[in-house]
Design a protein around this ligand. Structure first.
Ligand SMILES: [Zn+2]
Length: 115
């Protein structure tokens, strides 16, 4: 009687990895989830979202800085140093938070546009 089992080789069988095509470029990525972008598309998406985040944060930070320069002119001279320090801290925090938020929104929007 012949066996249908493959001969025992001592190694585990190497099954081919199941892959799915990238919805953007069509490249099959082994082990990738259905509908997931390939590594190159993920990298390009992250780079593009980072650029959008930095530009968006820069524009809004410039607007906030202009407003603060105008608003802080009416602060008495005795408190001008403190007001400038608080304003500069607010501008720095604004840039960092806005860059993260805009980058995240751009990432999700670009991912939806590429799927
Ligand atoms: Zn791709």
């Amino acid at each position: 009687m012949t066996s249908l089992r493959p001969p025992y080789t001592g190694r585990s069988p190497s099954w081919p990895a199941i892959g799915h095509p990238c919805p953007h470029c069509g490249e099959v990525t082994p082990g990738g989830a259905v509908g997931a972008l390939c590594q190159a598309c993920e990298h390009a998406l992250a780079r593009q979202a980072s650029l959008v985040g930095r530009v968006g944060a820069l524009v809004t930070t410039l607007l906030l800085s202009g407003y603060l320069v105008l608003a802080l002119r009416s602060v008495p001279a005795a408190r001008a140093g403190t007001a400038r320090l608080v304003g500069a801290t607010a501008v720095a925090a604004w840039y960092l938070l806005t860059a993260r938020i805009v980058r995240r929104i751009a990432s999700e929007w670009l991912r939806a546009a590429r799927s």
